[in-house]
Design a protein around this ligand. Structure first.
Ligand SMILES: Nc1nc2c(c(=O)[nH]1)N[C@@H](CNc1ccc(C(=O)N[C@@H](CCC(=O)N[C@@H](CCC(=O)N[C@@H](CCC(=O)O)C(=O)O)C(=O)O)C(=O)O)cc1)CN2
Ligand code: MET
Ligand SMILES: [Zn+2]
Length: 795
């Protein structure tokens, strides 16, 4: 028997070939039966459990599989389904307590039939919540989606009402736990804890605090824990990642009574925290009446000894020693050294694991055939990380097995090769970095002067209209790219197909009457990957997919070395697009912070240094666009907010280097060149001064969810430059009515000078179809015209 236990906090669910994505999309299209979809899920789970068991983990996670998102699954489990998405329990004289009308197959736990809409939940209920459909099939707003802590993963935000009740209503996690146990696995279900669940949700009524729902929520958690125990679970991992945030006192104080209520059950609880240090919550966390605590020793190695010193002697400490957020191979020797001391002190109370769920990394490095062998030897994806956990456990044994020693040897070699590699270090880049001067991140003149010069050239009307960059990535575009990548389409043919798509987008925009056009980004597989493929110091994978939301995935490129731009990346496309129109066509780039956060980043130098390198490469691209005759250049920074550290004390330092990197990329141009930026994912109120400090001439920003609040912040701050508050939500296929957009803009005009306002959607249109896109934009242009008429009437 091994004295030290190993486990995993979660495995990627999408499948090495994105099997789940394909099955989901086919099911939604109506091309796949529910049975076939369920079959795909079962096959994936079975495969992932078996792979982890084969690797030698002591505990295999369940509850990490989700059809769309794990927070959504939990909402369903707890019966927290918005009324608009619930199945109708029509009164047909059916047996009380049966669900013949809503098609639920589950027995009802409560003896009396629930009043009103049915509480029982099935797969289609989940999809209605995620994708915005009422049971009738009519459009109804989807649950809001937002970023999971500081990752690029999106979860579905739970909705809370003052009179909310909770009860066990959906048994997926329980069923899957049984399923795994039946296959002979030793499993540990994973669920999000009640306080994090409440924290991550949103009140849907005024004047109430969702923390007040805790009392109502805990019995449902107790039901769930009992059911998991019934299913045969001995341990349950209960995630409370909010313990790494700065918590208001009421939330911090709620932990102790909550976990008192959840103890004494038939299962032991492993309370998991990740993405940072426990900080102010450390003593709360170590004292909670649970059987074990998991901490992130990658993001916050400094907390390790502190926690060990203060952990009660009966508790297990799970040390997250393998980086679950990045793709670097672990330095096993260093990790073993860290752990050896802990092993001595904790004995078999020490458990080993990745730092967090492996949801955030691709599945299998072995599948990559095109990576340079040297670079590949520096990497580990989910399966390799599981192997690393087990190797470390073996290396802590008094006499490690030969396979473990071989793993150690391979790790040493990889560490050495990476440290010394010429691939990583580029003296020219380092020289240029050290030559940066403060004026490099200053535009030539202040905004007022620039703006006047720009307007003299651009001659834009009041309330100018534009879009955010991408137009629909049609099947035709994606098929052409696939054929090109597979060698079935020549480079010339591929380029022609993309030019056709660009020309088509330009014609449509002119017909719609938009003022500032875009080329539509047809040639880009993704706004980050596309640039990563063209920059030195960046590598890209063939199969390195990571779930972003639902069935949507991204393939984050890997920054492994000093970043440089060997040649211009976008000028050809931009010049072509501009040649087709007399109206200005925006050049379109992804900014340094977004390039950083949506890639796998180096862990051998501070992120601020990498950001500056990317900024210099983009600066050259910006200048090349200007030289090519492009008058307006947009540098997208949707990830600026996401990069904000989880603890407030770290915000200032981050914002300083982030703002500087953006300005470095944008400030090489003449006053006449108009710099735009774009941000999405709301909640910018806290960082409005940093947004102003970017000094972009125009910012287009997502506001559709909390427009009032966001604009209040811009108003209070007297935001000085131009702003385009997104007038409609591109995540929905619904066509926004003209009047709604006029009203939104009039509200904006009450807060900000109307001369500074632009009219645009809230994000790019790549996930939409052309039909709804054209209808929406036609209405948007009408809205702008109406605004201009009203404005000249008033004058
Ligand atoms: N990196 C990044 N992060 C982001 C965003 C973003 O745009 N990029 N936006 C937000 C999230 N929104 C997102 C919106 C859409 C998609 C998305 O559409 N992803 C595509 C993949 C995009 C891509 O790389 N497409 C490739 C196609 C790769 C592919 O699937 N090829 C198929 C065949 C072609 C096909 O039928 O699709 C294959 O290889 O088998 C391309 O265009 O070249 C998907 O899941 O389907 C992802 C995130 C926040 N985070
Ligand atoms: C996630 S922000 C997207 C910006 C990009 N220019 C687009 O329109 O798709
Ligand atoms: Zn956006």
């Amino acid at each position: 028997m091994h004295p030290i236990l190993t486990h995993n906090l979660g495995f990627p669910r999408i499948g090495a070939d994105r099997e789940l994505k394909r099955a989901l999309e086919a099911y939604w299209r109506g091309d796949l039966s529910k049975e076939a979809l369920e079959d795909t899920g079962r096959t994936l789970r079975r495969r992932h459990w078996q792979q982890q068991a084969d690797a030698g983990l002591s505990w295999i996670p369940t509850g990490d599989f989700a059809w769309y998102d794990q927070v959504l699954t939990l909402s369903a489990t707890l019966g927290n389904v918005p009324v608009r998405h619930r199945a109708e329990a029509r009164n047909t004289g059916a047996e009380p307590g049966s669900h013949s009308e809503c098609g639920c197959s589950e027995p009802i736990d409560a003896p009396e039939a629930p009043e009103g809409p049915c509480r029982q939940v099935d797969l289609d209920t989940l999809f209605r919540m995620a994708r915005g459909r009422a049971p009738t099939g009519a459009a109804s707003s989807a649950c809001e989606m937002t970023k999971w802590f500081d990752t690029n993963y999106h979860y579905l935000v739970p909705e809370f009402h003052p009179d909310q009740t909770f009860e066990l209503s959906y048994r997926q996690i329980i069923d899957e736990t049984r399923e795994a146990i039946a296959l002979g696995h030793q499993v540990k279900p994973v669920i999000l804890g009640p306080l994090s669940y409440l924290w991550l949700g949103k009140e849907k009524a005024d004047n109430f605090d969702r923390l007040s729902l805790l009392e109502a929520l805990l019995p449902a958690y107790q039901q769930l824990l009992d059911a998991l125990a019934d299913a045969g679970a001995k341990w349950v991992q209960i995630d409370e990642p909010i313990l790494v945030l700065d918590l208001p006192a009421a939330w911090q104080q709620a932990f102790e009574p909550t976990y008192h209520r959840l103890q004494n059950r038939a299962v032991k609880l492993l309370l998991a925290t990740y993405f940072g240090a426990l900080g102010e919550n450390l003593s709360t966390a170590v004292q909670l009446p649970v059987a074990g605590l998991h901490i992130d020793a990658v993001r916050a190695p400094e907390q390790l000894l502190n926690v060990v010193d203060r952990l009660p002697v009966h508790k297990v400490l799970s040390v997250g020693i393998i980086d679950g957020r990045n793709i670097w191979r672990t330095d096993l020797r260093a990790a073993r050294e860290t752990l050896a001391e802990l092993a001595e002190r904790l004995g078999e109370r020490l458990w080993l694991a990745p730092s967090c769920s492996l949801l955030h990394v691709p599945v299998d490095l072995k599948r990559e055939q095109a990576l340079e062998p040297e670079l590949k030897s520096w990497l580990a994806f989910a399966l390799q990380k599981v192997d690393e956990v087990v190797a470390l456990e073996q290396l802590l044994a008094p006499e490690p097995a030969p396979s473990a020693l071989a793993a150690l040897e391979a790790s040493d070699q990889s560490v050495r090769s990476r440290r010394e590699s010429r691939r990583v270090h580029n003296p020219a880049v380092q020289e240029r970095l050290s030559a940066i001067s403060p004026t490099d991140s200053q535009r030539q003149s202040r905004f007022a002067q620039r703006s006047a010069k720009q307007q003299a050239l651009l001659q834009l009307p009041e309330f100018p209209t534009t879009t955010i960059g991408s137009f629909p990535q049609t099947d035709d575009i994606r098929q052409a790219r696939r054929a090109y990548k597979q060698g079935q389409l020549s480079e010339v043919e591929y380029r022609n197909r993309m030019r056709q798509a660009i020309a088509d987008a330009i014609v449509r925009q002119e017909q719609l009457g938009l003022d500032v056009l875009v080329h539509g980004e047809a040639e880009r597989n993704d706004m980050v990957e596309y640039f990563g493929e063209q920059l030195d110091g960046y590598a890209f994978t063939q199969f390195g997919w990571v779930q972003s939301y639902g069935s949507r995935c991204v393939k984050p490129p890997i920054i492994y070395g000093d970043v440089a731009r060997p040649r211009a990346m976008t000028t050809q496309w931009a010049r072509y697009a501009q040649s087709l129109s007399r109206r200005p066509v925006k050049g379109m780039l992804t900014g340094p912070i977004t390039m950083l956060f949506w890639s796998f980043v180096r862990n051998d130098q501070p992120r601020s240094v990498t950001a500056r390198q990317i900024a210099l490469a983009l600066r050259d691209e910006v200048k090349d666009l200007e030289t090519s005759g492009i008058q307006i250049i947009q540098i997208d920074e949707p990830a600026l907010r996401e990069g904000l550290p989880l603890k407030r004390k770290d915000w200032g330092e981050y914002l300083d280097w982030a703002v500087e990197a953006f300005r470095l990329s944008a400030s090489g141009v003449n006053d006449e060149t108009q710099i735009h930026t774009h941000m999405c994912y709301s909640e910018f109120n806290d960082i409005i001064d940093a947004i102003a400090a970017l000094d972009a001439d125009v910012i287009t920003i997502e506001t559709s969810r909390s427009q009032g609040e966001l604009l209040d912040a811009f108003e209070q701050f007297s935001y000085p430059n131009d702003i385009g508050p997104g007038v409609y939500d591109i995540h929905s296929p619904n066509v926004p009515p003209v009047e709604a957009m006029v009203t939104l803009m009039e509200q904006a005009a009450q807060r900000l000078p109307k001369e500074r306002l632009w009219v645009n959607p809230d994000c790019g249109l790549k996930t939409r179809g052309w039909v709804e896109t054209e209808a929406a934009l036609a209405n948007m242009v009408s809205a702008a015209r109406r605004l201009r008429e009203r404005s000249s009437d008033a004058a």
